[in-house]
Design a protein around this ligand. Structure first.
Ligand SMILES: [Zn+2]
Length: 137
């Protein structure tokens, strides 16, 4: 499936570099240990000015909810419509959410609540790997 090609910036480059090594990382505040995703400049839980570090997480989660995209204006997605867009909560911190098209799951047939695991997929036209989530067989 053609995906959006991520454009890493200074803030999220460590995340995308880790994806290319097939590792899922999130930010961690050295002061209060709060995990953060998506990447942010500083911790919004405590007022620490220290830059956030990165922590590898296991890459297991659960499907919280989903919707089906039928009429996207995003040209790279149009050929695959309808497609799932699911919200996955990370088991290590269910406050952290990732979005997934859930490859292998037919549109509209998402098993909400199911356990999922991360995998890293190539993006057409780029050498960047991107995280996706799948229901283990
Ligand atoms: Zn903090």
């Amino acid at each position: 499936m053609p995906k959006q090609i991520p454009v890493p910036n200074e803030l999220n480059k460590p995340f995308w570099d880790a994806c290319n090594q097939q590792k899922l990382v999130v930010q961690r505040c050295a002061n209060c240990n709060t995990l953060h995703y998506p990447p942010k400049q500083k911790c919004d839980k405590c007022s620490s000015a220290a830059p956030l570090g990165w922590k590898e997480v296991k890459g297991s989660g659960h499907i919280l909810e989903y919707f089906v995209i039928r009429d996207s204006r995003i040209r790279r997605l149009q050929a695959d419509q309808p497609l799932n867009l699911a919200v996955v909560t990370l088991d290590e911190d269910p406050g952290l959410n990732f979005l997934s098209n859930l490859p292998g799951i037919p549109a509209g047939e998402v098993p909400v609540g199911a356990a999922v695991e991360v995998l890293f997929e190539p993006v057409e036209g780029s050498d960047q790997l991107i995280p996706e989530w799948r229901v283990p067989k």
